[in-house]
Write a protein that binds this ligand. Structure first.
Ligand code: CA
Length: 274
């Protein structure tokens, strides 16, 4: 775990910004705030946070563009905040590099839970030797990440922190290095995509439903009965779509991630532990 708990809040609504600052401060973060997108990008650049909250509707550049710019030099967790009417739009945020989103108005407890779940995911952040003053090097070095912490049952009994990796048809996944290699070439995944891929490979050929995958992403027991919304499930679909695109996996003829229509996803073959 990275003990530098620095967060940047990018939000133009003063009340919501104040609430976010208060909540994150209570959760142990040192918080920097910005009320417009351009200042927010600069704050992320200057402070190298582990977490960024981005409001979708900002007065200058929108939350998508902010996230896109942040992603050029930062692998911070990006939590997008969106109004109810923008919920479907928020899914687009996942395409430009956001890790999760929360709909306003949110309950403080919900926001804290989302943030804590994200902070428990594996990540390269903090392991990167690149200084935030060097944004010209967008390729993040494949440095050793903080040990991912996942409940064993969520990943099919696999210890995510330095545990075994998987190999399937030219794809190698190494949790200890937070590394994915396709045909010898490294592929950069977001932590969310990495967890989904690792979970499917670790599950052998057992189908994982979107509900289970949503819970796993929240670091919950997949068999618990916590509420999963239709938007949460849709968000899993978007992440899986992004994952496939990055891997170069054709959904019509999957090598790695297979859709089981109306149910969920499973590995396209029996992955070997390595
Ligand atoms: Ca706004």
């Amino acid at each position: 775990m990275d003990d530098r708990r620095i967060a940047v809040v990018i939000e133009d609504d003063e009340d919501i910004r104040g609430l976010l600052v208060t909540l994150l401060t209570q959760s142990g973060f040192t918080v920097h705030e910005a009320s417009v997108g351009a200042d927010g990008v600069r704050a992320v650049h200057d402070h190298d946070p582990v977490l960024v909250t981005v409001d979708l509707g900002l007065p200058d550049i929108d939350g998508y563009e902010v996230t896109r710019r942040i992603r050029q030099f930062s692998d911070a967790y990006v939590l997008m905040l969106t109004a109810r009417s923008e919920e479907i739009d928020a899914l687009m945020g996942l395409d430009v590099g956001a890790d999760d989103y929360v709909v306003k108005p949110f309950r403080p407890r919900e926001l804290r839970a989302r943030v804590e779940a994200m902070m428990r995911r594996p990540r390269t952040i903090g392991a990167s030797p690149s200084s935030p003053s060097a944004p010209s090097a967008p390729t993040s070095p494949a440095a050793a990440p903080a040990a991912p912490v996942m409940p064993a049952d969520a990943t099919g009994g696999v210890d995510g922190g330095g545990g075994p990796g998987f190999e399937l048809d030219g794809l190698r996944v190494s949790p200890s290095l937070f590394q994915v290699v396709v045909e010898g070439a490294e592929v950069q995944l977001t932590p969310t995509e990495f967890i989904l891929l690792k979970t499917l490979l670790a599950s052998k050929r057992v189908v994982r439903t979107k509900v289970e995958l949503s819970r796993i992403l929240r670091d919950e027991d997949p068999d618990s009965d916590t509420f999963v919304s239709a938007a949460d499930e849709r968000s899993v679909e978007v992440h899986i779509g992004n994952l496939r695109r990055k891997l170069g996996d054709d959904p019509a003829r999957p090598r790695w991630v297979e859709t089981v229509r109306g149910v969920g996803y499973r590995a396209a073959g029996d992955a070997q532990r390595i």
